[in-house]
Design a protein around this ligand. Structure first.
Ligand code: DGY
Length: 327
């Protein structure tokens, strides 16, 4: 039995697979993701696929893979690169790695909030470029975090972990999510608002939704128009939650004050993307979960899911098949 693993993994996950009797691990050894032709070729006749957010798993790939494919295990919490409905139609469970990355990702979202508010990236390059000649009352003056209002869009585990951090900094927290979460909100001192009201009242808006057909471009030109001119948008979830063209426009027109993005519409971002030329924008290369400890835990969970699927057992973390659409 062969499994295709699309990248080297941190920790002991690969060793665990290699020690599994009768299992051959076919590892893609490169730093860059397998090109489509390699994905098709190496998934064909495999019993399991362990993949990353960079690997597209669609109906065509499943068709090529053949009926022996028993499990798709993603080393990430988001699975928008996987056609979960097509997997479900073939009886293939899809695993993901929730929980272990919650705190690490919330840390990064808060780090971006701090960095954007206090202009840390600009300030550090000002020093490196030899521009620091004196102290002046307004040089690199930014926005206060204490006492400011944080609007959290998507109040799942990561959104709630961000609210915990906001409490420590004396912020007021608002949230919006598809379903209200009164218990978590009470525990975290957050209050529910509808989306336009949240956008209108927040000094910082941080996005934490899963990317689905419903949430695609949730932050569009209309949403950006609701935000105050001093507001800063933070996105550590998925790039296409934000209409990037509308964001560029809003930043150019000073409709909002800045953005701090760990995710972008195209990843890696194109070098000529206008966002990269804006001093009030921070762009990171999708590193929300990137602590070594967390990435190791994610790899371990992905291996747990893969092994369970190969054994025909329920996956420890399985994505529920999508509900059939009603008209
Ligand atoms: C995820 O898990 O979905 C992140 O985007 C990668 O850690």
């Amino acid at each position: 039995m062969r499994v295709f693993v699309t990248r080297d993994l941190p920790g002991r996950g690969l060793d665990r697979l290699r020690h599994e009797p009768g299992l051959h691990v076919d590892l893609w050894p490169e730093e860059f993701p397998p090109p489509r032709s390699a994905m098709l070729e190496r998934t064909a006749n495999a019993a399991g696929l362990l993949c990353l957010i960079t690997d597209r798993v669609d109906a065509d790939l499943l068709e090529h893979a053949g009926p022996q494919l028993k499990v798709v295990s993603q080393m990430a919490v988001g699975v928008d690169n996987i056609d979960v409905a097509a997997c479900a139609a073939r009886g293939i469970p899809v695993g993901n790695t929730p929980g272990v990355l919650t705190e690490t990702t919330a840390d990064l979202a808060f780090a971006l909030l701090l960095a954007a508010a206090r202009r840390l990236v600009e300030a550090a390059s000002y020093v490196r470029l030899g521009q620091w000649r004196t102290w002046s009352p307004t040089t690199l003056a930014g926005a206060d975090i204490h006492g400011a209002t944080l609007g959290i869009i998507g109040f799942g585990a990561i959104g709630q972990a961000l609210a915990t951090r906001a409490t420590g900094f004396g912020m007021r927290t608002l949230y919006w999510s598809r379903r209200q979460k009164p218990q978590a909100a009470e525990r975290l001192g957050a209050s529910y608002q509808d989306l336009p009201a949240l956008l209108a009242q927040s000094d910082f808006v941080s996005v934490h939704c899963a990317l689905t057909a419903e949430t695609h471009h949730l932050i569009d030109a209309d949403a950006l128009a609701c935000m105050p001119a001093h507001a800063i948008l933070i996105n550590t979830a998925r790039g296409p939650l934000v209409d990037e063209a509308a964001l560029i426009e809003a930043l150019r027109n000073r409709r909002i004050a800045g953005a701090a993005l760990d995710v972008t519409t195209t990843e890696p971002i194109e070098p000529d993307n206008p966002l990269l030329a804006m001093p009030n924008v921070i762009v990171l290369p999708h590193i929300g979960s990137a602590s070594l400890a967390t990435r190791t835990k994610m790899a371990d969970l992905a291996v747990d899911n893969l092994l369970a699927g190969l054994r025909g057992q329920p996956l420890p973390h399985q994505i529920p098949p999508p509900e059939p659409r009603t008209r």
